[in-house]
Design a binder for this molecule. Structure first.
Ligand code: CA2
Length: 148
């Protein structure tokens, strides 16, 4: 069965605890539960990982192809800064969907640039927690397309 890793970066463990006006009131465990229900209906397996550490995220990306066919990545603030994360994504031969809760293009200018955008299949942003569900469907569509 197709398996997808949902990887969340720095501070996303704080969802629902601070800044609900920007990131919503839902917690990460609740988002993960909604993703699991959706994945079951779509017939795919999900794994979840969150880390505040750049190197741990890189380790997870490098290891993902052993067990997963795709990665959904909310890299948090590392999106805007990390050449290392970009290099890790470019080094794996499975698709990565970039995801953000907020519309990074409508926020501060330092969030407009994504270091990882050139090496991902596509970017979903601005739809809040629903973006995780959209990203699962986008990943399934992308995997189906590549097999057609
Ligand atoms: O919109 C997104 O999903 C972001 O990836 C979230 C990052 C931000 O640096 C990116 O520019 C866009 C920040 C995640 C912080 O999450 C928090 C959640 C609740 C309370 C505090 C931080």
């Amino acid at each position: 069965m197709t398996s997808i890793l949902i990887l969340n970066g720095p501070n996303l463990n704080m969802l629902g605890k601070r800044e609900p006006d920007i990131y919503g009131a839902t917690t990460l465990p609740r988002i993960e539960a909604a993703c699991s229900a959706h994945a079951e209906a779509r017939g795919v397996l999900l794994s979840f990982q969150q880390s505040n550490h750049e190197g741990t995220l890189i380790d997870a990306i490098q290891a993902a192809p052993e067990n997963h066919q795709g990665i959904i990545l909310n890299a948090g603030a590392y999106t805007h800064t990390s050449v290392a994360l970009r290099d890790a994504i470019a080094s794996v031969d499975i698709p990565v969907v970039e995801l953000h809760l907020s519309n990074i293009h409508a926020r501060e200018s330092f969030r407009h640039h994504s270091m990882i955008a050139p090496v991902v299949v596509g970017q979903i942003c601005g739809f809040g927690a629903a973006g995780y569900i959209l990203a699962i469907d986008a990943m399934i569509a992308s995997l189906n397309e590549s097999m057609a």
